[in-house]
Design a protein around this ligand. Structure first.
Ligand code: UT7
Length: 339
Protein backbone atom coordinates (compact mmCIF):
# COMPACT_ATOMS: atom_id res chain seq x y z
CA UNK A 1 0.00 0.00 0.00
CA UNK A 2 1.51 3.32 -1.10
CA UNK A 3 0.80 6.56 0.69
CA UNK A 4 2.19 10.04 0.62
CA UNK A 5 4.12 11.12 3.66
CA UNK A 6 5.87 14.45 4.02
CA UNK A 7 6.61 14.63 0.31
CA UNK A 8 8.17 11.16 0.12
CA UNK A 9 6.39 8.11 -1.29
CA UNK A 10 6.90 5.17 1.01
CA UNK A 11 5.14 1.87 1.41
CA UNK A 12 3.20 1.69 4.64
CA UNK A 13 5.42 -1.14 5.82
CA UNK A 14 8.49 1.04 5.41
CA UNK A 15 7.35 3.60 7.96
CA UNK A 16 9.08 2.97 11.24
CA UNK A 17 9.88 4.71 14.46
CA UNK A 18 13.45 4.97 15.65
CA UNK A 19 15.25 5.61 18.90
CA UNK A 20 16.92 8.96 18.30
CA UNK A 21 18.85 8.84 21.57
CA UNK A 22 18.99 7.14 24.94
CA UNK A 23 19.78 8.19 28.51
CA UNK A 24 20.03 6.41 31.83
CA UNK A 25 20.28 7.11 35.52
CA UNK A 26 21.47 4.71 38.19
CA UNK A 27 21.55 5.70 41.87
CA UNK A 28 25.02 5.86 43.45
CA UNK A 29 24.36 3.60 46.42
CA UNK A 30 25.38 -0.03 45.87
CA UNK A 31 23.94 -2.92 47.88
CA UNK A 32 26.03 -6.10 47.56
CA UNK A 33 25.10 -9.70 48.25
CA UNK A 34 27.38 -9.48 51.31
CA UNK A 35 25.24 -6.58 52.60
CA UNK A 36 22.10 -8.72 52.14
CA UNK A 37 23.69 -11.58 54.09
CA UNK A 38 23.48 -9.26 57.10
CA UNK A 39 19.77 -8.56 56.55
CA UNK A 40 18.23 -11.97 55.82
CA UNK A 41 19.12 -15.67 55.88
CA UNK A 42 20.84 -15.82 52.49
CA UNK A 43 24.27 -16.15 50.92
CA UNK A 44 26.24 -14.69 48.06
CA UNK A 45 26.50 -18.24 46.71
CA UNK A 46 22.69 -18.74 46.66
CA UNK A 47 21.96 -15.36 45.10
CA UNK A 48 24.70 -15.72 42.47
CA UNK A 49 23.86 -19.26 41.38
CA UNK A 50 20.05 -18.83 41.47
CA UNK A 51 19.82 -15.33 39.96
CA UNK A 52 23.18 -14.11 38.59
CA UNK A 53 22.96 -10.96 40.72
CA UNK A 54 26.06 -9.68 42.56
CA UNK A 55 24.98 -6.15 43.44
CA UNK A 56 22.23 -3.62 42.78
CA UNK A 57 21.70 0.17 42.98
CA UNK A 58 19.42 1.64 45.63
CA UNK A 59 17.70 5.03 45.44
CA UNK A 60 18.24 7.31 48.43
CA UNK A 61 15.41 8.01 50.87
CA UNK A 62 14.87 11.43 49.31
CA UNK A 63 14.81 10.24 45.69
CA UNK A 64 11.46 9.61 44.06
CA UNK A 65 10.72 7.90 40.76
CA UNK A 66 10.39 11.16 38.82
CA UNK A 67 13.88 12.20 40.02
CA UNK A 68 15.45 9.15 38.40
CA UNK A 69 13.26 9.62 35.32
CA UNK A 70 14.22 13.28 34.99
CA UNK A 71 17.94 12.50 35.06
CA UNK A 72 17.62 9.76 32.41
CA UNK A 73 15.46 12.08 30.28
CA UNK A 74 17.95 14.95 30.48
CA UNK A 75 20.73 12.66 29.28
CA UNK A 76 18.60 11.41 26.38
CA UNK A 77 17.70 14.98 25.41
CA UNK A 78 21.33 16.05 25.48
CA UNK A 79 22.47 13.07 23.45
CA UNK A 80 19.68 13.63 20.97
CA UNK A 81 20.72 17.26 20.59
CA UNK A 82 17.21 18.49 21.34
CA UNK A 83 15.55 20.68 23.93
CA UNK A 84 12.83 19.61 26.36
CA UNK A 85 10.32 21.77 24.49
CA UNK A 86 10.93 19.73 21.32
CA UNK A 87 9.13 16.81 23.01
CA UNK A 88 5.42 16.61 22.29
CA UNK A 89 4.45 13.71 24.54
CA UNK A 90 5.82 12.26 27.77
CA UNK A 91 5.15 8.60 28.43
CA UNK A 92 6.43 7.05 31.65
CA UNK A 93 6.33 3.28 32.09
CA UNK A 94 6.55 2.47 35.78
CA UNK A 95 5.13 0.27 38.52
CA UNK A 96 6.33 2.51 41.33
CA UNK A 97 4.86 5.95 40.63
CA UNK A 98 5.65 8.94 42.85
CA UNK A 99 1.94 9.08 43.71
CA UNK A 100 -1.10 7.02 42.71
CA UNK A 101 -2.16 10.20 40.97
CA UNK A 102 -1.20 12.42 39.32
CA UNK A 103 0.89 10.37 36.91
CA UNK A 104 4.66 10.30 37.33
CA UNK A 105 4.81 11.62 33.75
CA UNK A 106 3.26 14.86 35.04
CA UNK A 107 5.85 15.14 37.83
CA UNK A 108 8.56 14.57 35.21
CA UNK A 109 7.00 17.23 33.01
CA UNK A 110 7.12 19.71 35.87
CA UNK A 111 10.78 18.90 36.60
CA UNK A 112 11.74 19.22 32.93
CA UNK A 113 9.81 22.49 32.67
CA UNK A 114 7.85 21.39 29.60
CA UNK A 115 4.53 23.19 29.37
CA UNK A 116 1.22 21.69 28.25
CA UNK A 117 2.57 18.58 26.53
CA UNK A 118 0.35 15.53 27.07
CA UNK A 119 1.85 13.29 29.74
CA UNK A 120 0.69 9.95 31.10
CA UNK A 121 1.86 6.73 32.75
CA UNK A 122 1.64 3.21 31.46
CA UNK A 123 1.74 0.28 33.85
CA UNK A 124 2.52 -3.18 32.49
CA UNK A 125 4.83 -4.81 35.04
CA UNK A 126 8.40 -5.29 33.87
CA UNK A 127 7.12 -5.29 30.27
CA UNK A 128 6.23 -1.58 30.47
CA UNK A 129 9.05 -0.29 28.31
CA UNK A 130 8.14 -2.52 25.37
CA UNK A 131 4.43 -1.82 25.78
CA UNK A 132 5.39 1.87 25.74
CA UNK A 133 7.43 1.42 22.57
CA UNK A 134 4.46 -0.21 20.84
CA UNK A 135 2.06 2.54 21.97
CA UNK A 136 4.56 5.21 20.90
CA UNK A 137 4.86 3.64 17.46
CA UNK A 138 1.10 3.96 16.90
CA UNK A 139 1.03 7.55 18.13
CA UNK A 140 3.94 8.63 15.95
CA UNK A 141 2.92 6.78 12.79
CA UNK A 142 -0.68 8.05 13.14
CA UNK A 143 0.59 11.62 13.37
CA UNK A 144 -0.71 12.11 16.91
CA UNK A 145 2.78 12.81 18.24
CA UNK A 146 6.00 13.68 16.46
CA UNK A 147 8.61 13.16 19.16
CA UNK A 148 7.97 11.11 22.29
CA UNK A 149 9.98 10.90 25.49
CA UNK A 150 9.53 7.33 26.71
CA UNK A 151 10.96 6.57 30.13
CA UNK A 152 11.19 3.18 31.85
CA UNK A 153 11.77 3.72 35.56
CA UNK A 154 11.24 1.94 38.85
CA UNK A 155 12.23 2.20 42.49
CA UNK A 156 11.22 -1.28 43.56
CA UNK A 157 13.37 -1.11 46.68
CA UNK A 158 10.80 1.25 48.24
CA UNK A 159 8.08 -1.41 47.92
CA UNK A 160 10.23 -4.38 48.93
CA UNK A 161 9.66 -6.42 52.06
CA UNK A 162 13.22 -6.47 53.48
CA UNK A 163 12.35 -9.49 55.62
CA UNK A 164 11.35 -11.64 52.64
CA UNK A 165 14.50 -13.31 51.31
CA UNK A 166 12.55 -14.65 48.32
CA UNK A 167 12.17 -11.14 46.89
CA UNK A 168 14.47 -8.66 48.66
CA UNK A 169 17.63 -10.02 47.02
CA UNK A 170 16.26 -9.52 43.52
CA UNK A 171 15.53 -5.86 42.94
CA UNK A 172 17.43 -2.69 42.15
CA UNK A 173 16.50 0.85 41.09
CA UNK A 174 17.13 2.70 37.85
CA UNK A 175 15.81 4.60 34.87
CA UNK A 176 16.27 4.55 31.11
CA UNK A 177 14.87 6.99 28.55
CA UNK A 178 14.35 6.91 24.79
CA UNK A 179 13.62 9.84 22.48
CA UNK A 180 11.41 8.35 19.77
CA UNK A 181 10.52 9.79 16.36
CA UNK A 182 9.84 8.64 12.83
CA UNK A 183 12.78 7.05 11.06
CA UNK A 184 13.94 8.44 7.72
CA UNK A 185 15.63 5.25 6.54
CA UNK A 186 15.16 1.50 7.05
CA UNK A 187 16.45 1.55 10.62
CA UNK A 188 13.96 1.40 13.47
CA UNK A 189 11.27 -0.78 14.94
CA UNK A 190 10.48 -3.58 12.47
CA UNK A 191 7.99 -5.71 14.38
CA UNK A 192 6.55 -6.40 17.79
CA UNK A 193 4.50 -8.96 19.61
CA UNK A 194 2.64 -8.53 22.88
CA UNK A 195 0.23 -10.30 25.21
CA UNK A 196 -1.11 -10.59 28.73
CA UNK A 197 -2.80 -13.14 30.98
CA UNK A 198 -4.67 -11.51 33.86
CA UNK A 199 -5.82 -14.88 35.21
CA UNK A 200 -2.33 -15.23 36.74
CA UNK A 201 -2.25 -11.73 38.25
CA UNK A 202 -1.89 -12.92 41.85
CA UNK A 203 1.42 -14.69 41.28
CA UNK A 204 3.30 -11.38 41.19
CA UNK A 205 1.50 -8.55 42.92
CA UNK A 206 1.69 -5.51 45.13
CA UNK A 207 -1.78 -5.82 46.61
CA UNK A 208 -2.13 -2.91 49.04
CA UNK A 209 -2.84 0.78 48.66
CA UNK A 210 -5.23 0.48 45.73
CA UNK A 211 -9.00 0.00 45.80
CA UNK A 212 -8.70 -3.74 46.50
CA UNK A 213 -6.96 -3.22 49.83
CA UNK A 214 -7.08 0.51 50.62
CA UNK A 215 -4.21 1.43 52.92
CA UNK A 216 -4.86 1.16 56.65
CA UNK A 217 -2.98 -0.15 59.70
CA UNK A 218 -3.84 -3.74 58.83
CA UNK A 219 -2.57 -3.58 55.24
CA UNK A 220 0.67 -2.08 56.50
CA UNK A 221 0.99 -4.66 59.27
CA UNK A 222 0.49 -7.45 56.72
CA UNK A 223 3.00 -5.75 54.39
CA UNK A 224 0.44 -5.60 51.58
CA UNK A 225 2.19 -2.46 50.35
CA UNK A 226 5.17 -4.65 49.35
CA UNK A 227 5.81 -6.95 46.39
CA UNK A 228 4.78 -10.57 46.86
CA UNK A 229 5.74 -13.22 44.35
CA UNK A 230 5.51 -16.96 43.82
CA UNK A 231 9.00 -16.94 42.36
CA UNK A 232 9.23 -20.44 40.93
CA UNK A 233 5.79 -20.16 39.26
CA UNK A 234 6.70 -16.80 37.74
CA UNK A 235 9.99 -18.30 36.59
CA UNK A 236 8.30 -21.04 34.53
CA UNK A 237 5.93 -18.62 32.80
CA UNK A 238 8.73 -16.13 32.13
CA UNK A 239 10.89 -18.74 30.38
CA UNK A 240 7.98 -19.90 28.21
CA UNK A 241 6.57 -16.49 27.31
CA UNK A 242 9.86 -14.71 26.67
CA UNK A 243 11.08 -17.50 24.37
CA UNK A 244 7.79 -17.59 22.46
CA UNK A 245 7.52 -13.81 22.19
CA UNK A 246 11.04 -13.49 20.77
CA UNK A 247 10.33 -16.15 18.15
CA UNK A 248 6.98 -14.56 17.20
CA UNK A 249 8.41 -11.07 16.71
CA UNK A 250 11.17 -12.48 14.51
CA UNK A 251 8.56 -14.29 12.41
CA UNK A 252 6.60 -11.04 12.02
CA UNK A 253 9.81 -9.28 10.96
CA UNK A 254 10.47 -11.98 8.36
CA UNK A 255 13.86 -12.64 9.93
CA UNK A 256 15.61 -15.80 10.98
CA UNK A 257 17.20 -16.48 14.36
CA UNK A 258 20.67 -16.41 12.79
CA UNK A 259 20.10 -12.81 11.64
CA UNK A 260 19.93 -11.58 15.24
CA UNK A 261 22.99 -9.59 16.33
CA UNK A 262 21.92 -8.93 19.93
CA UNK A 263 19.21 -10.17 22.25
CA UNK A 264 18.31 -7.70 25.01
CA UNK A 265 16.15 -9.64 27.45
CA UNK A 266 14.52 -8.24 30.57
CA UNK A 267 16.98 -8.88 33.41
CA UNK A 268 15.05 -10.77 36.10
CA UNK A 269 17.15 -13.90 36.45
CA UNK A 270 20.28 -15.09 34.59
CA UNK A 271 18.71 -18.52 34.14
CA UNK A 272 15.70 -16.96 32.36
CA UNK A 273 18.06 -14.85 30.23
CA UNK A 274 20.11 -17.94 29.28
CA UNK A 275 16.99 -19.96 28.44
CA UNK A 276 15.73 -17.17 26.15
CA UNK A 277 19.12 -16.97 24.42
CA UNK A 278 19.10 -20.75 23.92
CA UNK A 279 15.58 -20.57 22.42
CA UNK A 280 17.07 -18.37 19.68
CA UNK A 281 20.23 -20.56 19.42
CA UNK A 282 22.35 -17.52 20.21
CA UNK A 283 25.93 -17.70 21.45
CA UNK A 284 26.46 -16.04 24.84
CA UNK A 285 28.24 -13.01 23.39
CA UNK A 286 25.04 -12.01 21.55
CA UNK A 287 22.95 -11.99 24.72
CA UNK A 288 23.18 -8.72 26.64
CA UNK A 289 23.54 -9.25 30.39
CA UNK A 290 23.92 -6.65 33.14
CA UNK A 291 21.90 -8.31 35.91
CA UNK A 292 25.09 -8.96 37.93
CA UNK A 293 25.53 -5.17 38.34
CA UNK A 294 21.97 -3.96 38.75
CA UNK A 295 19.61 -6.81 39.69
CA UNK A 296 16.04 -6.60 38.42
CA UNK A 297 15.24 -2.92 37.78
CA UNK A 298 11.88 -3.86 36.29
CA UNK A 299 10.93 -1.46 33.47
CA UNK A 300 14.43 0.06 33.43
CA UNK A 301 16.34 -3.13 32.56
CA UNK A 302 15.95 -3.00 28.76
CA UNK A 303 16.66 0.73 28.18
CA UNK A 304 19.68 0.61 30.50
CA UNK A 305 21.02 -2.51 28.74
CA UNK A 306 20.53 -0.94 25.30
CA UNK A 307 22.17 2.30 26.39
CA UNK A 308 25.20 0.40 27.70
CA UNK A 309 25.48 -1.62 24.49
CA UNK A 310 25.61 1.66 22.54
CA UNK A 311 28.11 3.19 24.98
CA UNK A 312 30.39 0.18 24.68
CA UNK A 313 30.47 0.82 20.92
CA UNK A 314 29.19 -2.66 20.19
CA UNK A 315 26.07 -1.79 18.22
CA UNK A 316 26.67 -1.06 14.51
CA UNK A 317 24.26 0.51 12.05
CA UNK A 318 22.13 -2.13 10.33
CA UNK A 319 22.45 -4.68 13.13
CA UNK A 320 19.32 -6.45 14.34
CA UNK A 321 18.35 -6.48 18.01
CA UNK A 322 15.56 -8.37 19.70
CA UNK A 323 14.18 -6.97 22.96
CA UNK A 324 11.91 -9.17 25.06
CA UNK A 325 10.29 -8.84 28.46
CA UNK A 326 7.91 -10.49 30.89
CA UNK A 327 6.32 -9.21 34.08
CA UNK A 328 3.42 -8.76 36.45
CA UNK A 329 0.01 -9.11 34.90
CA UNK A 330 1.29 -11.39 33.50
CA UNK A 331 2.40 -9.34 30.55
CA UNK A 332 4.96 -10.07 27.88
CA UNK A 333 6.22 -8.35 24.75
CA UNK A 334 9.02 -8.42 22.22
CA UNK A 335 10.35 -6.08 19.57
CA UNK A 336 12.68 -6.53 16.62
CA UNK A 337 14.67 -3.41 15.82
CA UNK A 338 17.18 -2.61 13.07
CA UNK A 339 19.84 -0.22 14.42
O1 UT7 B 1 10.70 -9.32 36.64
C1 UT7 B 1 9.44 -9.91 36.62
C2 UT7 B 1 9.50 -11.35 36.55
N1 UT7 B 1 10.16 -11.92 37.70
C3 UT7 B 1 10.82 -13.03 37.52
O2 UT7 B 1 10.92 -13.48 36.42
C4 UT7 B 1 11.37 -13.76 38.73
C5 UT7 B 1 11.26 -15.24 38.47
N2 UT7 B 1 11.67 -16.08 39.56
C6 UT7 B 1 12.95 -16.27 39.93
O3 UT7 B 1 13.84 -15.61 39.43
C7 UT7 B 1 13.27 -17.37 40.90
O4 UT7 B 1 12.11 -18.14 41.10
C8 UT7 B 1 13.80 -16.87 42.27
C9 UT7 B 1 15.20 -16.36 42.12
C10 UT7 B 1 12.88 -15.81 42.83
C11 UT7 B 1 13.85 -18.05 43.25
O5 UT7 B 1 14.65 -19.10 42.73
P1 UT7 B 1 14.09 -20.59 42.70
O6 UT7 B 1 15.16 -21.41 42.17
O7 UT7 B 1 12.80 -20.58 41.95
O8 UT7 B 1 13.89 -20.90 44.23
P2 UT7 B 1 12.56 -21.31 45.01
O9 UT7 B 1 11.66 -20.12 45.16
O10 UT7 B 1 11.98 -22.55 44.41
O11 UT7 B 1 13.16 -21.66 46.43
C12 UT7 B 1 14.11 -22.72 46.58
C13 UT7 B 1 14.64 -22.66 48.00
C14 UT7 B 1 13.55 -22.55 49.06
O12 UT7 B 1 13.96 -23.30 50.20
P3 UT7 B 1 13.37 -24.76 50.48
O13 UT7 B 1 11.88 -24.57 50.60
O14 UT7 B 1 13.76 -25.57 49.29
O15 UT7 B 1 14.02 -25.15 51.74
C15 UT7 B 1 13.56 -21.08 49.41
O16 UT7 B 1 13.09 -20.85 50.72
O17 UT7 B 1 15.48 -21.49 48.15
C16 UT7 B 1 15.04 -20.78 49.33
N3 UT7 B 1 15.32 -19.35 49.12
C17 UT7 B 1 16.48 -18.79 49.47
N4 UT7 B 1 17.57 -19.28 50.05
C18 UT7 B 1 18.59 -18.44 50.28
C19 UT7 B 1 14.52 -18.42 48.52
N5 UT7 B 1 15.16 -17.24 48.51
C20 UT7 B 1 16.36 -17.44 49.09
C21 UT7 B 1 17.46 -16.60 49.36
N6 UT7 B 1 18.56 -17.14 49.95
N7 UT7 B 1 17.46 -15.31 49.03
Amino acid sequence: MIEKFEGVHMTKMERRIKIRSTGIYLPDKILTNADLEKLVETSDEWITTRTGIKERRIASKEQVTSDLAEKAARMALERGGIKAEDIDLILVATNTPDTIFPATACWVQKKLGIKETPAFDLQAGCTGLLYGLIVAESLILSGTARRILLIGVDILTKVTNWQDRGTCVLFGDGAGAFILEESDDDSGLISHFWGADGSLAELLILPGGGTLYPADEKTVEKKLHCITMKGNEVFKHAVKRMGEAAVEALKLAGLDKNQVDYLIPHQANLRIIDATGERLNLPKDKVVVNIHKYGNMSVATIPVALHELIEEGKLQKGQVIVMVAFGAGFTWASAVYRW
